[in-house]
Design a protein around this ligand. Structure first.
Ligand code: NAD
Ligand code: TYD
Length: 370
């Protein structure tokens, strides 16, 4: 089995759903440790209710005793670490929680993983992996004509969020070099897709447009991001976990650089097509607002290493991925309403009471969940 942290968040929940749906991995149970901050939503995992392959644990990655207990009890062959504070704007207003979860939390997991790994019998020790999910934002901002970030690009984080992620990447690297912990790190570009919390650019624009609210574009809107459909990120992580070289970092990206203002116009055009507003085009709601302090101008990912070594490439183009995403938000108005009203927090009690995990047999091995 694998231990996933942050598996009730945007990318983590997509990862857990895809893992359990994939023929190659679906038989392998997931223990999902998540503190259910504002960004954690068990509604994302509603289709897994009663699934013996999924054990949800409501807890914090900074809780060393809890992490130790989970590792001892479940003996995961890998930890896939998503849990983080992830929103740049929140990090500007309140950086403390970013240091606590992203730095202290990663440190706690590394220390627990190291103790657990050191005590494993040789074959399990050999197979164990700690996969750290990180971001391209650790590399800083690119000039307009600079080549895209490779894995060797210097770390130049500019926001409290990216600095906290950079710190966690450095810890992961050091735990490999100093202690030999078998780590893998992925640095991915901006994701979009189902279950994306509507504080981030793409879901915020969809939700606000449908509600007839302003579409707030920071500054001139010419800042550039590389956008990747979330399920492609998840397949990239699965490839790195399965075949990545221990101690290596892999950039994951969509080969899809776009300016924010173009993204917003694309979202509006899709809404015009899929859910026309009789009052006029959705783009009439676009409003330029004050820029984000320290706003990085351009991110771009060179994803050739993961393609060369592991044969991974994104399956979706931006056209196919953004269409699926807009359609998902149109089809899942209940999810959006529950997030906006805060009602999704009630899922903690409704959905996951006592653990549905299968117990270990006399040999200590857990029965297959499928
Ligand atoms: P998210 O904010 O949607 O979800 C984070 C999850 O972590 C939530 O479920 C939250 O409850 C949980 N969490 C937060 N603090 C915790 C703690 N102390 N203990 C346990 N759980 C805690 O984030 P996301 O967008 O899904 O990002 C997941 C990971 O991927 C992060 O590490 C992020 O840095 C990285 N990443 C994100 C993007 C992106 O575009 N969203 C791109 C590249 C990398
Ligand atoms: P975001 O989704 O917050 O991701 P990140 O800051 O991690 O890249 O923002 C993506 C881009 O969109 C970023 O350049 C900031 C910009 N943006 C806006 O212009 N308006 C908004 O309301 C938001 C949330 C973001």
């Amino acid at each position: 089995m694998i231990l996933v942290t942050g598996g009730a968040g945007f990318i983590g929940s997509n990862f857990v759903l895809d893992w359990l749906a994939d023929a190659a991995t679906g038989h392998e149970p997931v223990v999902n440790l998540d503190a259910l901050t504002y960004a954690g939503n068990l509604r994302n995992l509603a289709t897994l209710a009663g699934d013996a392959c999924h054990t949800f644990v409501h807890g914090d990655i900074t809780d060393r005793a809890l992490v130790d207990r989970l590792l001892a009890e479940h003996r995961p062959r890998a930890i896939v670490h998503f849990a983080a504070e992830s929103h740049v704007d929140r990090s500007i207003h309140g950086p403390g929680e970013f240091i606590r979860t992203n730095v202290q939390g990663t440190f706690t997991l590394l220390e627990a993983a190291r103790a657990h790994w050191a005590g494993l019998p040789a074959p399990e020790r050999e197979a164990f992996r700690f996969l750290h999910v990180s971001t391209d934002e650790v590399y800083g901002s690119l000039g307009p004509d600079a080549p895209a970030f490779t894995e060797d690009h210097p770390y130049e984080p500019n926001s409290p969020y990216s600095a906290s992620k950079a710190a966690s990447d450095h810890l992961v690297r050091a735990w490999h070099h100093t202690y030999g912990l078998p780590v893998l790190t992925t640095n991915c570009s901006n994701n979009y897709g189902p279950y994306h919390f509507p504080e981030k650019l793409i879901p915020l624009m969809i939700v606000n447009a449908l509600a007839g609210k302003p579409l707030p574009v920071y500054g001139d809107g010419r800042q550039i991001r590389d956008w990747l459909y979330v399920k492609d990120h998840c397949s990239g992580i699965r490839a790195v976990l399965a075949r990545g070289r221990v101690g290596q970092t892999y950039n994951i990206g969509g080969w899809n650089e776009q300016a924010n203002i173009d993204i917003v116009h694309r979202v509006c055009a899709l809404l015009d097509e899929l859910k026309p507003d009789a009052a006029g085009p959705y783009a009439r709601h676009i409003t330029h607002v004050a820029d984000r302090p320290g706003h990085d101008r351009r991110y771009a990912i060179d994803a050739r290493k993961i393609e060369r070594e592991l044969g991974w490439r994104p399956a979706e183009t931006f056209d196919t991925g953004i269409r699926k995403t807009v359609q998902w938000y149109l089809d899942n108005g209940d999810w959006v309403s529950e997030v906006q009203s805060g009602a999704y927090k009630a899922w903690i009690g409704i959905q996951y009471g006592p653990s549905a995990a299968p117990s270990a047999d006399a040999s200590g091995r857990r029965p297959s969940c499928r």
